[in-house]
Design a protein around this ligand. Structure first.
Ligand code: C2E
Ligand code: MG
Ligand code: MG
Length: 482
């Protein structure tokens, strides 16, 4: 690293004439520093960082030293910029740079490569464990609530960690490996760091390919929609269905929505995809309506990315209006993490607007995130779906059972109904009834099915008395919980 530049590359521009030789010298140095700085954060810009890393790698190589390259990205920064505007985004980047500067000191190098990506070269890190430890500390230093004017914005970050010379011999291969590791950390949920591994290269290729194929599928509207029935307890009356999108790619085969929805979210394809899902549900309902059928509501999964966008509610309402669907014929499912994230004020406002317009919202996958029932109190939702992992765990663990019981009771006290997801056995259905759950959804009741089969099921129910379908009341044997 050059002696004249600190790790943060920070300096103050000087004004006025340089009267003495010393001042002239100082002014020259300042100008040199400014030339290698990125103006917003005053960290080394991409080219300067790369040049200094190259020197550092050559030196490390000559002396048999190891270094660690850390690539840091802010979680959800694109969204944060969209929602709060670029000025707030800029302030966050400056705050993150300041915290990193405190942490990454000379002779280490620190730079910003553009967007929300920061890079650090840590010298003399002896092994992977030490590198991961240092990176975790760096992330802990960045992750906190940032106040910008009247706003409080939660800053979260992820990082990719690569070692020189083990993971790459030059700046380009190290950066590529670092980007891959960062992408993995984000894919795994963010707020974490991931180490580069050889299989990442293959994963990256697949991900790029998936995105290309998904783009084509979105253009061609090449999806299908299945409907998974939801039934009340204990009488198993059909109370609705969840619409679940399916994608079969000619080259890649069936791809799970759990895999392609995050790609659609990250690549901006989600708007078109969700629009297709909503239109498909509305079109289907319109057809049912035209033949005089009044099926129970269909729930649509709305991506959190959309729920946080300003035009979201207008677009939903315009579509249902276009198909002359009334608001109570659809429901919006939204996962807990999106609603409770600290920068999700807009999401909550949008839920409120949907409620005012008569569209009911359901909190999906409850229990997976870190939200509490207290936070549910003010949320404009009418139903809670307990995540499948809880349904399964309930059967194995008496403590989880107690928690689920408390969740159901408190939800009821808040005026919410509760659906248990992922019911796969008669015992699970029985237990959920016993615990006070209002309804269930899962393979044991019915797998996701095409619209015609869902209609058939609805018509069959209309001709069959509900009592013959109900589960045995009185609760399952207690020893089914180990
Ligand atoms: P989700 O909204 O929680 O949907 C329920 C998922 O659980 C579905 O998976 C469903 O097929 C599966 N499932 C239902 N019953 C059972 C069961 O008894 N056992 C097991 N093991 N699984 C069961 P799927 O269709 O693969 O969807 C996965 C996730 O992808 C969904 O989770 C949802 O978050 C997302 N997704 C699906 N369709 C859409 C969509 O149209 N738009 C958006 N934004 N997300 C969607
Ligand atoms: Mg759902
Ligand atoms: Mg769910």
């Amino acid at each position: 690293m050059s002696d004249s530049v600190s790790a943060g590359g920070e300096c103050e521009p000087r004004h006025g004439g340089a009267e003495t030789a010393a001042e002239l010298q100082r002014a020259r140095q300042d100008l040199q520093r400014l030339a290698i700085m990125e103006p917003l954060t005053r960290l080394l810009h991409r080219q300067a960082f790369d040049e200094q890393v190259q020197q550092e790698l050559a030196d490390a190589s000559a002396h048999g030293r190891q270094c660690t390259l850390v690539v840091i990205g802010l979680d959800g920064f694109r969204l944060l910029n969209q929602v709060y505007g670029q000025r707030v985004g800029d302030r966050i980047l400056q705050a993150v740079a300041a915290r990193l500067r405190n942490f990454v000191r000379e002779p280490n190098l620190l730079g910003r490569r553009g967007g929300d990506e920061f890079v650090a070269l840590l010298r003399d890190i002896a092994d992977a464990d030490a590198a991961m430890g240092a990176t975790r500390e760096m992330l802990a230093a960045i992750q906190r609530l940032e106040r910008v004017g009247n706003l409080e914005v939660q800053v979260d970050a992820s990082a990719g960690v690569v070692l020189f010379p083990a993971d790459g011999g030059d700046i380009d291969s190290l950066m590529e490996a670092g980007d891959g590791a960062l992408a993995r950390a984000k894919r795994e949920g963010g707020r974490r760091c991931a180490r580069f591994s050889a299989d990442l290269g293959r994963a990256k290729d697949l991900r790029i390919r998936l995105e290309q194929r998904l783009r084509r599928a979105c253009e061609a509207r090449d999806f299908r929609l299945l409907y998974q029935p939801q039934v009340s307890l204990p009488d198993r009356r059909l109370i609705g269905a969840e619409a679940l999108v399916r994608w079969n790619d000619a080259e890649l085969g069936d791809i799970s929505p759990a895999e392609f929805i995050p790609i659609a979210e990250a690549s901006g394809l989600i708007d078109g995809l969700s629009d297709w899902v909503l239109r498909e549900v509305c079109r289907q309902r319109q057809m049912w309506r035209q033949v005089g059928l009044d099926l129970p509501p269909v729930a649509i999964n709305l991506s959190g990315v959309q729920l946080r966008s300003p035009g979201c509610v207008r677009s939903v309402l315009e579509t249902i209006d276009e198909f002359q669907i009334s608001p109570e014929e659809i429901e919006i499912e939204i996962t807990e993490t999106w609603v409770f994230d600290s920068s999700s004020l807009l999401a909550q406002e949008n839920l409120q607007r949907l409620k005012m317009a008569g569209v009911r919202s359901v909190l999906d996958d409850f229990g997976v995130g870190a939200s509490s029932l207290v936070q549910l109190r003010d949320l404009p939702i009418h139903r809670l779906k307990i995540d499948r992992s809880f349904t399964v765990e309930c059967m194995r663990n008496a403590r989880t059972l107690t928690i689920v019981k408390a969740v159901i009771d408190m939800a009821h006290n808040l005026g919410l109904t509760v659906t248990a997801e992922g019911i796969e056995t008669a015992d699970q259905e029985s237990w959920m009834h016993h615990l006070g759950c209002d309804s269930v959804q899962g393979f044991y009741i019915a797998r996701p099915m095409p619209a015609e089969d869902f209609l058939r099921r609805y018509l069959a129910e209309r001709t069959q008395p509900t009592s013959s379908r109900s589960i045995v009341d009185g609760g399952p044997a207690v020893d089914s919980v180990q």
